[in-house]
Design a protein around this ligand. Sequence first.
Ligand SMILES: *[C@@H]1O[C@H](CO)[C@@H](O)[C@H](O)[C@H]1NC(C)=O
Ligand SMILES: *[C@@H]1O[C@H](CO)[C@@H](O)[C@H](O)[C@H]1NC(C)=O
Ligand SMILES: *[C@@H]1O[C@H](CO)[C@@H](O)[C@H](O)[C@H]1NC(C)=O
Ligand SMILES: *[C@@H]1O[C@H](CO)[C@@H](O)[C@H](O)[C@H]1NC(C)=O
Ligand SMILES: *[C@@H]1O[C@H](CO)[C@@H](O)[C@H](O)[C@H]1NC(C)=O
Ligand SMILES: *[C@@H]1O[C@H](CO)[C@@H](O)[C@H](O)[C@H]1NC(C)=O
Ligand SMILES: *[C@@H]1O[C@H](CO)[C@@H](O)[C@H](O)[C@H]1NC(C)=O
Length: 601
Amino acid sequence: MKEMESRPHFLISLFLLLLASASSATPASPKDYTFDTPPPPPPVAAENTTLEYMDPTLPPLLPTKNPQCSLQLLQRDFASRARSQPEFFSYTPPDNCPSPWSRVVLELSASASEVQKDRIAAIWVAGAEILRTSTPFIMAPNVFWRVRKDVTRYTALLRRPTRFFMMFLNDSNATLHGVYSVNVSLHFYRGAVGQFNAHPVIRGLYPQPADLIIPISRAAGDATAGPGYWFRITNETDICTRTVLIPNNTYRAVLEVYVSHHGDDEYWYANPLRSDDVGAAGGDDLASKKPNGGFRQVVATIDGRYVGSVVPFPVIAPGSVNPFFWAPIAAIGAYDHPSYDLELTPFVGKLLDGRPHEFGLTVKESQPYWLIGANLHLWLDAWSDEVKGELVRYKVPPLRLGQQADWKNAEGKSEMEGQVIIRFSGWLSSSNGNVTTSVRHKLKFKTHVEVEEKGAMKSAEMEIKARTNLRIEKDHVVVARVVVETESPLNLVTVISNGGGGSRIRKTKLFHEMIEARSATEGKAGEWFSTITDRQESEGSVLIGEDSQLVWGSGDTKSTYKFRDDKKCYLRTVNMVGGKVEEDEESSSCIAAGFMALLVS
Ligand SMILES: *[C@@H]1O[C@H](CO)[C@@H](O)[C@H](O)[C@H]1NC(C)=O
Ligand SMILES: *[C@@H]1O[C@H](CO)[C@@H](O)[C@H](O)[C@H]1NC(C)=O
Ligand SMILES: *[C@@H]1O[C@H](CO)[C@@H](O)[C@H](O)[C@H]1NC(C)=O
Ligand SMILES: *[C@@H]1O[C@H](CO)[C@@H](O)[C@H](O)[C@H]1NC(C)=O
Ligand SMILES: *[C@@H]1O[C@H](CO)[C@@H](O)[C@H](O)[C@H]1NC(C)=O
Ligand SMILES: *[C@@H]1O[C@H](CO)[C@@H](O)[C@H](O)[C@H]1NC(C)=O
Ligand SMILES: *[C@@H]1O[C@H](CO)[C@@H](O)[C@H](O)[C@H]1NC(C)=O
């Protein structure tokens, strides 16, 4: 247990302009990357706040015996210029521990000299994204944080010398003087993998990393949307495409999508649905610019045909809702945004005609703007020059959303809900035999927004449930089944009161959770399952000045992360009160899970 003492009240004079998402609706002009806000008053550092910011998740799962080597790839200061300045850096595989590796872990460690707004950043290898991350919303000097991510699934890109690329969007210290000092390293491991069998992200369908990864990202050098390989989507008709030719011996394909929401859609998950044209969602701070409801769906296409979709988990940006909730505990997924795997194996037969095909990505109902990109992971049959296949079933009914809205001026409520089941299957004949892969994807979605007391009280509830079943058959016998289930409830309640002199006090309560359960039965490998439950509960207030700037605030967050599989359990509970971590406990025993008092971190 960490020390407990009565907490000082946070009084931080920040000027940060964060509440009204200030972006203009004009897409992709270089102007978007400059700041025209006046210089801020000097910030006052919070006393006794925790300087290490963190995201309580599963610690990296490393092999127990470690012929290990580490490479530092980058050491640089970002945000030290007037404009976004990306960085290319070269990579050569380590001589002293050659591939294959049982694990590769990416480590990003960073510190900020002074206060700085939160930023979105990413790292790409040969144009393929391997990390999407947000930087903390920095309220005191000398904050530091670290992100460790298992990147074993990108091994195919790391076997040869290549180039890495990293950038922070809106990277600048012109307005706020905080400069990020960033180190990026890779750690390579060989040998048996201990503790957990594999990281849940990797375990499952693809115990072996793909043989080839083709980025479905913006071509380098196209600077019209600012630097970076991500596509910038401003509306649903804005479909970003990339044409690719896949090898003739491909026998498996997965599209991994990275996505984040910004600007007018920063608060899409709490967006009401109104038919009247109330600009900026009726003056509601925590809403999108237009009140088109809180449903967004990332859709992937091949040659214009739907091949998969996902309702993204709404990662809350560190400067969103109440930045004091996220200092020092990050919102779920903020430092390591989840990516989404779409199983494309049934479509591989169609792609094996020796011709290029167009992969497309868009976000339904989106408002400016979303940053999106994908990696096409391909597994190749080393024992054949040609794999043949066919798509035999394709059932993609439209997702019909039930909508209800009842508004009278500032008050009212709206609801959207929908459900859809999608099925496709295809066979592929390779050296592995004639294998049929069938995918069944079920999505259930519901959102409810209610505003009362002349706009002073708002509650937003969202529930996303998805279930993907995968069945693999060989000679009409089922050889493997995999089920991936995700559930992400969100509940946000805000109450606004008069703070005097044109200011407002906003009290917020937030509940957010990400649950992911995977299970499989495979011939020889037997059965296994794993579940992750990542939950946060936050409560606090902010004082918003007349000019929509944040004057002060406070926040408490309780974060619980639990991982469990057929062999092990891991639990971490972090309790943050007023910027101080008052409890931080870890357990590797599920039996003890209910008796946290016995455990030491
Ligand atoms: C970058 O800055 C522009 C203009 O100030 C703003 O519209 C946009 O939302 C910012 N983007 C991010 C990711 O912070
Ligand atoms: C900050 O911590 C120091 C040392 O623990 C203590 O003496 C001081 O009173 C604390 N300040 C506040 C405002 O709580
Ligand atoms: C931004 O950072 C650079 C490098 O650290 C520094 O030289 C410059 O003075 C900074 N600009 C401002 C406005 O603080
Ligand atoms: C980056 O690495 C250098 C040298 O290896 C170290 O001195 C520095 O503290 C590191 N910075 C961060 C933010 O980890
Ligand atoms: C959608 O986005 C595209 C590309 O940015 C733009 O050309 C088009 O005008 C937008 N459509 C609407 C309805 O805003
Ligand atoms: C792949 O298959 C197509 C059509 O079957 C053929 O035209 C092409 O030459 C093949 N490519 C290679 C590299 O074998
Ligand atoms: C593979 O199996 C499917 C369905 O069982 C069948 O329709 C197809 O003709 C087979 N393909 C080959 C090359 O044997």
